[in-house]
Design a protein around this ligand. Sequence first.
Ligand SMILES: [Zn+2]
Length: 93
Amino acid sequence: MKAKRIAVRDQTSRWGSCSTTGVLSFSWRLVLAPHYVLDYVAAHEVAHLAEMNHGPGFWALVKRTCPEFQCAKTWLQVYGPDLHRYGAAHVTP
Ligand SMILES: [Zn+2]
């Protein structure tokens, strides 16, 4: 399947998403992350066009597109919550 549309959203719950109709969405906050993190999220969502799950086949695909994905995943775990504080519509103390 090919990506039909790419949307940038102000989504706080996730970094990117892929719909069954082939629409890829990404959070604009990813521009604040290192480029390899952006590469990983893009690779992740594009891989979902082929595999709509998080199985071994899916991760093999992600690894092929983005070999440093493990590093990017760790980055998001550590710094992701900080990134979500930027431009948040409602701030929780
Ligand atoms: Zn996923």
